[in-house]
Design a protein around this ligand. Structure first.
Ligand code: MG
Length: 237
């Protein structure tokens, strides 16, 4: 554990999800495979589709609606709908198809393997202070067995602009009814989690899972504290 700024009283904690509470890479790899298979079987015309084709539609949608990145689920839905339109679907068919395909994506997206240590840590922390989630992604904590630890879950899109924007940090403080500087945000991303928390007035804990060195010339973002594993939080609270 390393300290870069003076910590003050912590009476609530917000968590990022992906790569903070679990390794997100295996579930994404599996979900992308399942999604591609599902789309290929959905219609004969789509049976040669590559994942890169799908990505092209995501880029197309982003170019048309640059703010869409605040809501990744809707972004993905619009990309699938555009893809289906390209293959000759009318409006109603493309909406139905996008609903089916995104429902399939969401099902696999939430099949996350949660480490036992995450359960133990969250369970211990939840007895001490209220916990919540602030995520830019679309994993469902309730579907992967994490829901009971949290007072609420804030998702970019439905609850405000994506981190590092302050919308969800402010909303979390409001929902907790706790001042921002008594809340600790925990996350793996310096540019979204940590920068957003500091800018919003929260304290920030960075999960350094890859043993990176913060004290390099090109890094200007310093959290209050750095840990290498979630369990270290128990000693802090
Ligand atoms: Mg993350």
């Amino acid at each position: 554990m390393r300290f870069y700024r003076q910590l003050t009283s912590i009476t609530a904690i917000t968590f990022d999800l992906d790569d903070t509470l679990y390794d997100n890479r295996p579930v994404i790899a599996k979900t992308e495979k399942k999604l591609l298979n599902f789309i290929r079987c959905y219609d004969d015309r789509l049976n040669k589709l590559q994942f890169s084709d799908f990505k092209k539609y995501q880029t197309l949608i982003f170019n048309q609606y640059p703010e869409i990145y605040h809501d990744v689920t809707h972004w993905r839905w619009l990309a699938v709908k555009a893809l289906l339109c390209h293959y000759g679907y009318d409006l109603e068919q493309s909406v139905d198809g996008a609903n089916d395909i995104i429902a399939h994506f969401s099902y696999w997206r939430s099949k996350i393997v949660i480490p036992e240590l995450t359960h133990k840590t969250l369970s211990t922390l939840a007895e001490k202070v209220p916990l919540a989630v602030i995520t830019n992604g679309n994993a469902d904590p309730y579907a992967c067995g994490l829901g009971d630890y949290f007072q609420f879950v804030l998702k970019a899109g439905q609850d405000g602009r994506a981190k590092p924007f302050s919308d969800m940090y402010y909303l979390a403080a409001q929902k907790f009814n706790i001042v921002l500087d008594n809340i600790l945000h925990v996350g793996d991303s310096l540019t979204t989690d940590i920068q957003g928390a500091l800018h919003s007035g929260m304290q920030a804990c960075w999960i350094n899972a890859n043993n990176s060195n913060l004290l390099t010339n090109d890094n200007k973002i310093l959290p209050h504290v750095e840990i290498t594993g979630l369990a270290s939080l128990i000693a802090l609270i």
